[in-house]
Design a protein around this ligand. Structure first.
Ligand SMILES: NC(=O)c1ccc[n+]([C@@H]2O[C@H](COP(=O)([O-])OP(=O)(O)OC[C@H]3O[C@@H](n4cnc5c(N)ncnc54)[C@H](OP(=O)(O)O)[C@@H]3O)[C@@H](O)[C@H]2O)c1
Length: 242
């Protein structure tokens, strides 16, 4: 049986949980590790499913998780599925008048800084030989080239920042792991708590279930060759402009 490990950061979220469940059903992995602030619903620990409590904004928790995982088998997949779009005190800005230090700080922390800290502690767990994939869930609205509508300042800018961090991590990671790829992925418009307040504006037929998005994203990850390193891709594998 394989000893390969897959890690899902943010495994308690809508897309993260669906990805973790699919990976746990995949015989290519000996163990799937859910990293999240709370145990994902229905995620019962067993020989193939582990849960480690971690907050991406708390480096001590990430370092402790990495130390535990250092004794495990080779980590071939890491998916960072954390993210934030709105909160009790803020939502996506329709106008510059809604920009605030507090909401921008929160969005940059969760959407850009946290995934970079997760990468800092988890990427070194990937084997130096053989293929492996690190994917962070970004969003198409983080594309600067694709921004023709405006609005959503904090979410757009924090995801654009995430994309730059992933691209830069990819270059450094490649120096020691020639067959490993780091990418940013757009999951599509997915039926989760994050998208819930905006679903009435989604055109018919465009909202997909978390499991459908998970299947598509995992298929993209499985197809990525070494040339994909540092790229930004949609759920269907198409390249998204920066
Ligand atoms: N849904 C969509 O339509 C859509 C579209 C484009 C991009 N995305 C991206 O896809 C990713 C997943 O989104 P989703 O739709 O699955 O949203 P979700 O259901 O709200 O899940 C987001 C997860 O992020 C976790 N999180 C937030 N801050 C954290 C922290 N400091 N430490 C650890 N975990 C933290 C939350 O943890 P708790 O459960 O503990 O609160 C939650 O489980 C996000 O990056 C999002 O931007 C989603």
């Amino acid at each position: 049986m394989t000893t390969d490990i897959a890690i899902v950061v943010g495994a308690a979220g809508g897309i993260g949980r669906a990805i973790a469940n699919r990976l746990a059903d995949d015989p290519a992995y000996g163990q799937v590790v859910a990293l999240s602030r709370r145990r994902p619903d229905g995620w019962t620990a067993g020989p193939r499913r582990a849960w480690i409590a971690a907050d991406i904004l708390d480096e001590t928790s990430l370092a402790a998780a990495a130390a535990r995982l250092a004794q495990s088998g080779p980590v071939r997949r890491i998916v960072v599925a954390t993210g934030r779009l709105h909160g009790p005190d803020f939502g996506p800005e329709k106008t510059m008048r809604s920009i605030s230090f507090e909401s921008l700080s929160t969005l940059f922390a969760v959407n850009a800084i946290g995934p970079a800290l997760a990468a800092k502690h988890l990427l070194p767990l990937m084997p130096r030989s053989g293929p492996s994939v690190f994917a962070a869930l970004s969003a198409r609205v983080g594309s600067i080239g694709d921004n023709s509508l405006g609005g959503w300042y904090g979410y757009r800018a924090s995801k654009a920042s995430l994309n730059m961090l992933i691209r830069t991590l990819a270059i450094e990671h490649r120096r020691t792991r020639p067959l490993s790829v780091c990418v940013a992925l757009h999951p599509g418009t997915v039926d989760t708590a994050l998208s819930a307040p905006f679903q009435p504006n989604v055109p018919p037929g465009q909202l997909v279930a978390p499991d459908q998005a998970a299947a598509a994203l995992l298929a993209v990850m499985d197809r990525l060759g070494p040339d994909a390193n540092g790229g930004f891709f949609a759920w269907d594998g198409s390249v998204i402009p920066w």
